[in-house]
Write a protein that binds this ligand. Structure first.
Ligand code: URA
Length: 217
């Protein structure tokens, strides 16, 4: 918990423009303002990341994929076995359902949107990522969001919504379908495709949420 608090503090400092490392021999050197990085730069940093224990068991860092000009970003929870193996997000059964939603409901191609996750490395046995893991990984995701500057962010499932909003007590069934302000974007939480595989009757709610997304595009 202490480590998580420290990480949050460091993250806040960073958002104010502090660099992780400053040259102690030049104490008066100006603090460089955070600049928007390219996706390639962020990816390189994420691929070398060892900030949390997930780095030890990962096969691949699943950075995210899609258009750098995407108007919509879909954010899931974290890579599963297929994603860890391939290095690509949402390529298993849940991914196939997400692709169908993008194509059949939003009438877009998967390559037109951007797909990422709260954590970029697979939690062992597909467990939910811890607060510490999600907090360590969040700066990469926020940088991806700043670079892509989407109009709409769809939070897939409660883990995604909780870590994006920092509102950990809200249940996804209550908040789904709401259109929330999120920086330059609108945040729309909905059910995770894995939940839909287990509860197909919830597809109608996701369909309604995606119609809202379509109207806002
Ligand atoms: N579930 C997720 O949340 N993300 C993936 O990339 C795959 C499955």
């Amino acid at each position: 918990m202490e480590k998580t608090k420290l990480l949050k503090l460091l993250y806040q400092y960073r958002s104010l423009g502090f660099e992780y490392f400053r040259d102690y021999r030049q104490p008066n050197a100006p603090i460089r303002k955070n600049r928007i990085k390219s996706l390639d730069e962020i990816e390189k940093e994420a691929k070398e990341c060892h900030l949390c224990p997930l780095a030890k068991s990962r096969k691949n860092v699943v950075f995210g994929e899609g258009s750098k000009n995407a108007k919509i970003m879909f954010i899931g929870e974290g890579p599963g076995a297929n994603e860890d193996e391939s290095g690509k997000p949402f390529v298993g059964r849940a991914g196939m359902l997400l692709t169908k939603i993008i194509e059949n409901v939003l009438s877009l191609k998967r390559e037109d949107v951007y797909i990422a996750n709260i954590v970029k490395c697979r939690p062992p046995n597909n467990r939910v990522p811890t607060l510490e893991e999600a907090t360590s990984c969040k700066p990469y995701l926020l940088e991806q969001i700043a670079t892509i500057n989407p109009k709409i962010i769809v939070a897939l499932g409660s883990t995604s919504y909780h870590h994006l909003s920092d509102d950990y007590s809200m249940s996804i069934s209550k908040i789904r379908g709401e259109v929330l302000e999120y920086g330059n974007a609108k945040l729309i939480p909905t059910y995770h495709p894995s939940y839909l595989l287990r509860n197909p009757s919830a597809k109608k709610e996701v369909f309604a949420d995606m119609l809202k997304v379509k109207q806002l595009l």
